[in-house]
Design a protein around this ligand. Structure first.
Ligand code: SF4
Length: 422
C-alpha cells in the first residue's frame, strides 16, 4: 500500500464528511470500464466528453502483482531497453510512479525534455494525454510516445473542445471585422494554455497564436499584446485572469466566454472593450483551494508562507504570499532558510514529495482533504510494467500519435512558446 493510500484511508476515518471519493485507493483498472469517465478524485463532478480516450483492461497479471513484483519487472525492462527508453514524469504523479522516471518536471520542462532526448526510441510519458501529445509533436519521427493509461486525460483540457473554440472565434471575427487598428495589430490573438488538445494547439498556430504554460504565461501574454489588441485565453480562466491582473489588466476588461451561451454570455460592447477574453474552464484540483484555508493556516502557523499555483481562483492567489508554477513552488521551497513553514496550494502528491525532500521545513497542503488529480492518478506501476514489457517483446502499446496535418500547425504554436522563455 502506498503512502497516499494510507493517508486517504486514515482521512476517511477522521473525516466522514469528506467529499473526495476514496475509491482512488483501489487499482485504477477498476475504473477502466469503457465509459467516458474521469473516475474518483478531484474531477469526479466533471463531465467527461463522449470522445474521451478510454483504456481497456490490462492483463490480470499486472493488476494482481505485488508492488515489489511490479518494481522488479519495471527495473528489468528498463535495463533491457537501456538508452532506447526514457521515462518522463510530471510532478503530480504519485511517488510509486516518479520512482521510475528519468526526468521529473512540469509541463514546460517535460515539453523541453521530450525534444532533447534524441537517443530514446520510446518516450514513456507518465503524465496526462495532452502532455503526451505535445511530446509526440516535439519529438522526432523515429520516436514513439507512449501513455501508460489512455484514460489519463485532463478535465480542464476537455472543457475547451475544437468546435466550441472555432464557434467562439467565428463570432469574435464577425464582431471585430470593422475594427480599425492604426498600429496594424490583429483584433484578437488566441492563446491556449498547454492543457488542451493538439487540435487546439493547431488552431492557435493557424490563427497567429501561441501556447503558454504556468511558467511563462506572463511572457506569452506580452508576446500576444505586442501583436494584438486583445487575447482569447483558454481553457483555464484562472491562469488567464491571475496572469493578466498581475500585468495590470482591469477585471472589467476580462469578460468570461461561456461556450454554452450566445456571445459567450457577454455583450458586444463588453467584448469590444475586452483585453483578455477568458474561457469558462478550470482545474478541479486547484479550485478546491479557498481563502478560508489560508486564513486558518495563518492563524495556526504564524509566519507561514503561503504559495499557490496560478490555476487557483483569483481571491486565493491574492491572499497568498507567492503564486507560481510547480517549478516556481519547488524553487521557492528550496531557496528558503531552514525552519521555514509553507502552506502550499497545489496537487497533493507534489506537496507530500516536497515535505519529504525538505525535512528542514514544515510543509503542508492548504486543503485538509487529500484529493489527488483523478486523471494523473490513472497512471500506476501496473500500467508502466505492461507497456515496458510490451516494448521488450517488440510491441508498442498505447502510442500517442498526432496526425501530421495537426502536428504541423501545433508545432508552430509550441515553438513560439518554447522561444518565449520565462
Ligand atoms: S491537475 Fe488539473 S490541470 Fe492538471 S491534469 Fe489534473 S485536472 Fe488537469
Amino acid at each position: 500500500m502506498s503512502s497516499i493510500d494510507v493517508t486517504l484511508r486514515t482521512l476517511k476515518l477522521v473525516s466522514p464528511e469528506a467529499s473526495c471519493n476514496t475509491d482512488l485507493t483501489k487499482g485504477p483498472w477498476l475504473f477502466d470500464t469503457g465509459g467516458p469517465d474521469y473516475g474518483p478524485g478531484s474531477s469526479q463532478q466533471d463531465v467527461a466528453p463522449a470522445n474521451t480516450p478510454r483504456q481497456g483492461q490490462i492483463p490480470v497479471e499486472y493488476q494482481d502483482a505485488s508492488d515489489q513484483e511490479l518494481t522488479n519487472r519495471i527495473l528489468a525492462a528498463k535495463q533491457t531497453l537501456g538508452e532506447r527508453l526514457v521515462i518522463l514524469g510530471h510532478h503530480y504523479q504519485r511517488d510509486e510512479v516518479v520512482a521510475f522516471a528519468d526526468f521529473v518536471g512540469d509541463s514546460f520542462q517535460l515539453a523541453n525534455a521530450a525534444q532533447t532526448r534524441e537517443k530514446a526510441e520510446y518516450i514513456v510519458f507518465c503524465g496526462v494525454h495532452f502532455m503526451a501529445e505535445t511530446a509526440d509533436i516535439l519529438s522526432s519521427e523515429n520516436q514513439s510516445v507512449i501513455l501508460p493509461n489512455l484514460a489519463a486525460g485532463c478535465s480542464m483540457a476537455d472543457m475547451a473542445d475544437e468546435s466550441s473554440v472555432e464557434e467562439c472565434w467565428e463570432q469574435l471575427m464577425d464582431l471585430y471585422k470593422d475594427e480599425r487598428t492604426d498600429d496594424g495589430k490583429a483584433s484578437v490573438i488566441p492563446v491556449t494554455y498547454m492543457n488542451c488538445s493538439a487540435a487546439l494547439k493547431a488552431f492557435v498556430g493557424k490563427n497567429g497564436g501561441i501556447v503558454c504554460t504556468s511558467s511563462n504565461a506572463a511572457t506569452v501574454l506580452e508576446w500576444a499584446f505586442e501583436r494584438g489588441q486583445r487575447v482569447l485565453f483558454f481553457p483555464d480562466q484562472h491562469l488567464g485572469r491571475n496572469t493578466a491582473k498581475a500585468m495590470g489588466v482591469a477585471l472589467e476588461h476580462m469578460p468570461m466566454w461561456n461556450p454554452r451561451k450566445a456571445l459567450g454570455g457577454s455583450d458586444a460592447r463588453t467584448l469590444l472593450d475586452a483585453k483578455v477574453i477568458l474561457w469558462h474552464g478550470f482545474c478541479s484540483v486547484h479550485k478546491r483551494f479557498n481563502v478560508g484555508q489560508i486564513q486558518k493556516a495563518r492563524t495556526e502557523h504564524p509566519g507561514v508562507q503561503i504559495v499557490v499555483h496560478p490555476e487557483c481562483p483569483m481571491p486565493v492567489v491574492d491572499a497568498a504570499d507567492m503564486a507560481g508554477s510547480t517549478d516556481y513552488i519547488q524553487k521557492a521551497v528550496a531557496a528558503a532558510p531552514a525552519g521555514s513553514v509553507f502552506g502550499i496550494g497545489t496537487e497533493i502528491n507534489m506537496v507530500n514529495r516536497l515535505a519529504a525532500e525538505h525535512p528542514e521545513h514544515t510543509i503542508f497542503c492548504l486543503d485538509p482533504l487529500i484529493c489527488p488529480c483523478s486523471t494523473m492518478y490513472r497512471i500506476h506501476p501496473g500500467y508502466i510494467a505492461w507497456v515496458l514489457e510490451a516494448l521488450v517483446a517488440g510491441e508498442v502499446v498505447n502510442q500517442i500519435s498526432v496526425p501530421a496535418s495537426v502536428a504541423a500547425d501545433a508545432k508552430v504554436a509550441l515553438e513560439r512558446m518554447l522561444a518565449a522563455r520565462p
